[in-house]
Design a protein around this ligand. Structure first.
Ligand SMILES: Nc1nc2c(ncn2[C@@H]2O[C@H](COP(=O)(O)OP(=O)(O)OP(=O)(O)O)[C@@H](O)[C@H]2O)c(=O)[nH]1
Ligand SMILES: [Mg+2]
Length: 312
């Protein structure tokens, strides 16, 4: 277990089947993680999950055959015990089923009541799962939103649409796992790794304190014009559409730089200006630049948008 430089303790809570699968795919490679927790009504799925703590809630607690959508008092105490020493918790859950959709907001409320910052990542359904499923998922996000600092959606359908093109090499369900990993790493690394300008969670919370939708995308590049290319790849990422840029009231751009041995600030300034021209002048900007020798490219750029007004 890594220890954060400020002693901030980060946790991940995975709720339901999708949440547990995304956590399991990443459990061994989350930097600075203090604790991982998987919560499910399904004992088989929970058995297969990789997490420090696994909590079976709902159905089996009361020997019911239909998944229970509420947490028992015992469950609530188990969750409080599991999170009480954490500072920032990522909740990751699939929306549209029973467990993740209904219990995520209860868990977020527990965090909120204990002054633990919460960031949620909601895996949204494929179109083929139907309109009703989508409606349940969107309602799940709506219920969750007031109890966390921000909800970022990762839509499975986005990757279904792009799977035939650039993203064919990754199995369809694994895109959400990769996107979660990048989201987590961007938030954590930018505050924990050394760099030119870092951000802390107060900046992230401030960046997210707008009504409206959120979105994020990321891209990497090496060699000539790598900063422009990485920015363009982040803008073109399936989770971030070009049309969202002018609709955002805040934007956060995080530069990760592989090599700290050459003058980097002029390149970063250039990259920042390239990105700035794509946004309305009144967009509130947050930025950071850190050194990360673990990336395989010269630059990795993550763009997050918040306060995106109605996209229709
Ligand atoms: N990317 C990804 N998405 C998944 C996975 N499993 C399920 N999903 C998506 O997440 C949505 C919710 O499904 P689950 O997480 O399995 O549902 P649950 O929260 O366990 O709820 P119940 O099983 O109904 O109690 C589904 O509609 C799928 O779109 C997975 O392994 N990876
Ligand atoms: Mg399930």
């Amino acid at each position: 277990m890594d220890k954060s430089t400020w002693d901030t303790k980060f946790g991940v809570i995975a709720v339901g089947g999708a949440g547990s699968n995304v956590l399991t795919d990443n459990a061994k490679s989350l930097p600075y993680i203090h604790r991982t927790i998987a919560i499910d009504t399904d004992p088989t799925a929970l058995h297969d999950a990789v997490a420090d703590i696994k909590l079976l809630v709902g159905a089996n607690q009361a020997n019911q055959t239909i998944p229970n959508t509420t947490l028992s008092i015992t469950n609530i105490h188990q969750i409080i015990d599991a999170v009480s020493d954490l500072d920032i918790v990522f909740i990751v859950a699939g929306m549209g089923g029973v467990t993740g959709t209904s219990i995520s907001s209860n868990i977020a409320e527990i965090l909120q009541n204990h002054n633990i910052a919460g960031l949620a990542v909601a895996i949204m359904p494929f179109n083929f799962e139907g309109e009703k499923h989508k409606e349940i998922a969107l309602n799940g996000v709506k219920t969750l939103t007031p109890h966390v600092n921000g909800v970022f959606q990762i839509s499975n359908e986005t990757f279904a649409n792009t799977a035939d093109k650039n993203h064919r090499t990754v199995p369809l369900l694994k895109h959400a796992s990769l996107a979660f990993a990048q989201f987590y790493q961007c938030i954590i690394n930018t505050s924990e790794k050394p760099g030119i300008v870092g951000i802390d969670f107060a900046d992230v919370a401030s960046f997210m304190s707008n009504d409206g939708n959120t979105a994020f995308g990321y891209g990497s590049a090496t060699g000539e014009n790598s900063i422009e290319t990485a920015i363009q790849r982040a803008i073109d990422h399936p989770l971030l559409t070009q049309r969202q840029l002018p609709l955002a009231s805040s934007a956060l751009i995080a530069f990760e730089i592989n090599n700290q041995n050459h003058p980097i600030m002029p390149i970063i300034c250039h990259g920042f200006n390239v990105f700035r021209t794509q946004l309305p002048p009144d967009t509130v900007m947050f930025w950071c630049a850190i050194f990360n020798p673990e990336i395989n490219h010269d630059f990795r750029v993550t763009i997050m948008l918040s306060g995106i007004s109605d996209e229709n």
